[in-house]
Design a protein around this ligand. Structure first.
Ligand SMILES: [Zn+2]
Length: 401
């Protein structure tokens, strides 16, 4: 879709799931990947930090800069890359200097309204204008480096800090499931109860899909809360969370792919990519050990809030389970309308289909809108997690409507 960029009406002042802020002590500058720079000496634009990305940058006038965004290369014969032009850079100057930044996207259009942050944690929307295909913004570069990015920056270190924080507050294990194409760790967090049934939570197959990540954090934290519902749930069910499946793509600021140029959420059939292959092997090994995969949720972002589900009549166990869950979510949130889109595409290689076909269960793709209010993302996730626990603990027959 080539929608025009969303109007900058939403006010984000933001924050991720409420508990996180204090814990995120690590700076964003800890995993240098890209080194594009644009400098006039007195003013510098840089991307030398994890998630940093501008594919080219030119000085085109007096304190005027042109940034071009270009999708990573698709392997020959692959599907066209999803339109998700990610950018993230820092500006800094020797003394306060008004600058003009023009951004263009090669062969595509802008998707993410620019956000700015001084500390990499608190973000606000930056004023901009769209002039044809060009996004133009004026700001003042100062001696304090300022981040400008398409969405809030959630880098690989952020996940480590988050996992350490939840490990401190709940009874979970946290370790490495495998390694990415470039050797970065892919982490898993597990909560083990008394039974053999597992709920699997996946995230960040697609690096710029930040609102999906912003939903995953509170969704998981709600499972791990210190209350009787969550405790009963954890007593009965096991939880496996793999929050960051594509750490190489995250570090590189990719629009879509992993380090070898593949869309991981098209690889859950052939398992040609090391990231998906290792997760499949891990799940197979669980099943070989007598464990059962019960349900899976995969977090993403798109232009609106929508849940991609498997059809009721697809033939998996507990046919109406997702209907019951999402119906309860809709009921519990009067100001939020649950949109469900059932679908079945055996050849596409998406995770949802894989879980259904391989384990004979329901699975969903949980998509949050790019511009959904961040507080609302939290509320939806909290309610979705609570209603999921209630649905899984209830005695209702999910094979009946
Ligand atoms: Zn996605």
């Amino acid at each position: 879709m080539k929608d025009k960029i969303m109007k900058k009406t939403l006010l984000i002042c933001l924050l991720f799931s409420s508990t996180l802020l204090i814990s995120c002590s690590s700076p964003l500058l800890n995993e240098s990947k890209n080194t594009q720079t644009c400098s006039t000496g007195a003013v510098q634009l840089t991307t030398n930090f994890s998630t940093g990305r501008m594919d080219s940058c030119k000085v085109i006038g007096n304190n005027e800069y042109l940034i071009t965004l270009i999708a990573e290369t698709s392997p020959p014969g692959s599907l066209p890359i999803n339109s998700s032009p990610w950018y993230a850079f820092q500006i800094k100057a020797d003394q306060p200097t008004p600058i003009k930044i023009i951004m263009e996207v090669k062969d595509d259009v802008h998707r993410y309204p620019p956000k700015v942050s001084l500390d990499g944690k608190t973000w606000k929307l930056q004023d901009y204008e769209l002039k044809g295909e060009r996004l133009v913004m004026g700001l003042t570069a100062t001696t304090q480096a300022t981040f400008i990015a398409g969405q809030e920056i959630i880098n690989n270190q952020y996940y480590v800090d988050w996992a350490n924080k939840i490990k401190k507050n709940s009874d979970v294990s946290y370790d490495i499931l495998g390694k990415s194409t470039q050797g970065r760790p892919i982490y898993k967090i597990e909560s083990k109860g008394k039974g053999n049934e597992w709920i699997v939570i996946l995230g960040r197959q697609h690096p710029p899909e930040i609102t999906g990540a912003l939903a995953l954090f509170p969704f998981v934290e709600t499972f791990l809360a210190d209350n009787s519902l969550a405790q009963n749930f954890r007593d009965k069910y096991n939880i496996l969370v793999i929050p960051n499946i594509n750490p190489d793509g995250v570090a590189a600021g990719n629009w879509r792919y992993n380090a070898s140029g593949h869309d991981l959420n098209r690889d859950w059939k052939d398992f040609n990519q090391i990231e998906t292959k290792q997760i499949n092997q891990y799940l197979e090994q669980l099943v070989e050990q007598g464990q059962k995969i019960k349900f899976a949720v995969d977090f993403h972002s798109t232009r609106r809030d929508i849940f991609y589900t498997m059809p009721v009549d697809y033939g998996v166990e507990n046919s109406y389970f997702v209907e019951h869950w999402l119906g309860a979510l809709d009921h519990h949130m009067p100001d939020f309308t649950v949109i469900q889109k059932p679908g079945n595409n055996p050849d596409l290689g998406v995770s949802k289909q894989y879980f259904s076909d391989k384990f004979n269960i329901h699975a969903i793709t949980y998509e949050m809108g790019d511009n959904t209010d961040r507080t609302k993302i939290n509320k939806i996730a909290f309610s979705a997690s609570n209603t999921l626990m209630k649905t899984l603990l209830s005695d209702v027959d999910h094979n009946k409507k």
